[in-house]
Design a protein around this ligand. Structure first.
Ligand code: NAD
Length: 517
C-alpha cells in the first residue's frame, strides 16, 4: 500500500503483496470529515436503536446470504490484498465471520433482552432487572492480518445491540475494507448505521479523538496504548485486542505426530502473521530430538505460493519482514541454530520468507520475548512441568497457549496455571473458532473480551432497574430514624446469623413497618 495525493484527495494504492502488482486505488477519508461521520452515526442511531432485535436481524440475514453467494469473490479479494492463500482466506477469515453472524442471529435476542435477577428478601416487595441499552456510535479499528473477520465481528456485535458503527480498517489491506463497506451497503443496512473511513494511522487517530461512545481496537500493543491514552482523556470505554507470543508445550506422552503437524500449522499458517500463532515451542527433553526431526519433516514439506494448492502465502506488510529479520539476526549472533529456512542474507526479494525453525535459543532473546508475526519458530527443551509453565508465562503477553499430552489431569493442571486469555489442549489456535467462548488477552495482550454473551453486552450500557409498586408511603430505612436503630440491629442479627431466626426477623420487620406510621 502507498499513499499519494490526486488533487485534494489522498489515495491508497493497493499492491498485492504476493505479486507486487498494483491492483486498486482507494480514496482516503479526509480527516475534516470526521465530525460529519459522527453526526451521521448519531442520526442513524435514533432509528437503528429503536428497531426490535428481529428487525435488525433481518439485515444480518441478508448480509450472511450475500456473503455465502459471493464467498469465492470475497476469498479472492482477501487473498489478493493480504497474500494469504485462498484456503486460509475461506477457512480463517470468511468462515469465522459467517459463524459469528449465525451465532448472533441465534443468541442476540436471549442475551440482550431484559434479564430478571433475584431480589434479596430484605428488599421485600421489589423486582430487579438488567437492561442492555446501546451506547451510541462505536468506533472499530482493525488490523490487516485477518482483515475481514477482525473488522466484521466487532461491527456486527455492536450493530446487534442497536449501536451504529464507524469502521477504520487497516490501510495495509484497504481492498478488504472496501469489500466490507460494499457488503453492508448491498445488504441494505440503513445509511449511517455503518460507515467506513479509509486511511492510515492519522485517520485512525482523528476518529479516536472524535469522541466515539466506545472504541473496539485490534492491533499492536504500541497502538493500543496510544488509543487507551486518548480514550482516557474523555473516559471512553475500550476493548483492546493486542499482540501475542503464544507458547506451545509438548509433553513426552503427547501424540507426537499430531503435535508436529500442529506446530507446523500453528506457527506458519498465514505466514505466522497470527496474533494466536504458536510463536514459542517448548518440548519435553525426553522427546526433544525425535520431535524436532518430525517437525522439520513437516515444515520442509510445505509449499509456499499463490495458487489454490499452496500451503503458505506471502507476508502481507513489508515492514514486518525487518522485524522477523532483526529477531533472527539477534538469535543467530547469540548462538542460535537454523534447523529449517535460510540465513537472512540469503533471503530473496519479495514477500515470501523462508519457513524458519530455530533451536539453541535463550529465554531472554527477542525471538522469545517479542512478538514476531512472521514464519519464525524457536524450539526450546524443558525438563519438567513447572519449568514449562514458567517458560510459558515468562513474557509480557498472554493471549493463547496450547498443551500437548495424553494425560488429561496434567493438561488441565497446566492450563489453569497459564496466564493466558485462552488455552487449547491437544490442538492450536482453535478457541477463537467457537464464538460461544470469550476471546481476549491477559497482560499486554489486551483488555476486555468479545465473542460469547459478553461480546454483545460490552457494546451496551448495563442498566440496573428495580421496580416497586409504590403502594407503601415510606420505606423502613427512610427518615425518620427515631427508635429504628435497635430494631435494625435485631433484624440484621436474626437475618445474617448462620442459623436464621425467622421469628425475630418477622417481629422486627413488622415493628419497623409500624414505626413508619
Ligand atoms: P497496528 O497497531 O499497526 O494497526 C492496527 C490499526 O490501528 C490499523 O487500522 C491502523 O491504521 C490503526 N492505527 C495505527 N496507529 C493509530 C493511531 N495512533 N490511532 C488510531 N489508529 C491507529 O497493528 P497491525 O500491524 O495492523 O496489526 C498487527 C498487530 O495486531 C499484531 O500485534 C497482532 O498481534 C495484533 N492482533 C491482535 C489480535 C487480537 O485479537 N488480539 C488479532 C489480530 C492482530
Amino acid at each position: 500500500m502507498n499513499v499519494h495525493s490526486a488533487g485534494q484527495v489522498q489515495k491508497l494504492t493497493v499492491i498485492a503483496p504476493a505479486t507486487g502488482d498494483v491492483i486498486a486505488e482507494i480514496e482516503e477519508t479526509p480527516v475534516h470529515e470526521v465530525p460529519l461521520f459522527y453526526q451521521k452515526g448519531k442520526e442513524a442511531f435514533i432509528v437503528w436503536s429503536s428497531l426490535s432485535l428481529s428487525e435488525r436481524m433481518a439485515y444480518f440475514k441478508k448480509l450472511k446470504q450475500l456473503m455465502v453467494d459471493e464467498m469465492d469473490q470475497i476469498a479472492r479479494t482477501i487473498s489478493d490484498d493480504t497474500g494469504k492463500v485462498l484456503t486460509e482466506a475461506i477457512v480463517a477469515d470468511i468462515m469465522p465471520t459467517l459463524d459469528a453472524i449465525d451465532h448472533i442471529i441465534k443468541h442476540a435476542e436471549k442475551v440482550l433482552r431484559r434479564q430478571k435477577v433475584k431480589t434479596p428478601l430484605l428488599l421485600l416487595g421489589k423486582k430487579s432487572f438488567i437492561e442492555y441499552m446501546p451506547r451510541g456510535v462505536v468506533l472499530v479499528i482493525s488490523p490487516w492480518n485477518y482483515p475481514l473477520q477482525l473488522a466484521m465481528v466487532p461491527m456486527i456485535s455492536a450493530l446487534a445491540g442497536g449501536n451504529t458503527v464507524i469502521l477504520k480498517p487497516s490501510e495495509v489491506t484497504p481492498l478488504v475494507g472496501k469489500c466490507i463497506e460494499d457488503l453492508f451497503k448491498r445488504a441494505g443496512f440503513p445509511e449511517g448505521t455503518f460507515q467506513v473511513a479509509h486511511g492510515g494511522k492519522e485517520v485512525g487517530a482523528a476518529f479516536t479523538a472524535g469522541k466515539p461512545d466506545y472504541i473496539f481496537f485490534t492491533g499492536s500493543v504500541r497502538t493500543g496504548k496510544i488509543i487507551q491514552q486518548q480514550a482516557a482523556k474523555d473516559l471512553i470505554p475500550t476493548t483492546l485486542e493486542l499482540g501475542g507470543k503464544d507458547p506451545m508445550i509438548v509433553f513426552g506422552d503427547a501424540n507426537l505426530e499430531r503435535a508436529a503437524k500442529a506446530a507446523s500449522w500453528g506457527a506458519f499458517t498465514n505466514s505466522g502473521q497470527v496474533c494466536m500463532s504458536a510463536e514459542r515451542l517448548y518440548v519435553e527433553r525426553t522427546v526433544y530430538d525425535q520431535f524436532l526431526e518430525m517437525l522439520k519433516k513437516e515444515v520442509n514439506s510445505l509449499k509456499q505460493g499463490t495458487d489454490e494448492n499452496a500451503d503458505v502465502g506471502s507476508m502481507t506488510f513489508p515492514a514486518q519482514k525487518s522485524v522477523v529479520k532483526e529477531q533472527l539476526d539477534e538469535a543467530l549472533e547469540r548462538g542460535a541454530r537454523l534447523e529449517t529456512g535460510l540465513m537472512p542474507f540469503e533471503w530473496q526479494e519479495g514477500m515470501f520468507l523462508p519457513l524458519t525453525v530455530v533451536t539453541n535459543v535463550e529465554q531472554n532473546m527477542k525471538i522469545i520475548q517479542e512478538e514476531t508475526f512472521g514464519p519464525l519458530l524457536p524450539v526450546v527443551p524443558f525438563d519438567n512441568e513447572s519449568e514449562a509453565v514458567s517458560f510459558a508465562n515468562g513474557t509480557v503477553f498472554g493471549l493463547n497457549a496450547s498443551i500437548w499430552t495424553k494425560d488429561k489431569q496434567k493438561a488441565r493442571r497446566v492450563a489453569s496455571k497459564l496466564v493466558s486469555g485462552a488455552v487449547v489442549i491437544n490442538d492450536v489456535i482453535i478457541t477463537v473458532a467457537n464464538h460461544g467462548l470469550p476471546f481476549g488477552g491477559t497482560k499486554e495482550s489486551g483488555i476486555g473480551r468479545y465473542h460469547a454473551e459478553g461480546g454483545l453486552r460490552i457494546f451496551c450500557h448495563e442498566k440496573a432497574i428495580m421496580e416497586d409498586l409504590g403502594l407503601m408511603n415510606a420505606e423502613i430505612q427512610w427518615y425518620p430514624y427515631k427508635g429504628k436503630y435497635p430494631l435494625f440491629l435485631n433484624l440484621f442479627k436474626s437475618y445474617f446469623s448462620d442459623k436464621r431466626d425467622w421469628l425475630s426477623f418477622a417481629k422486627n420487620y413488622l415493628a419497623l413497618l409500624r414505626s413508619n406510621k
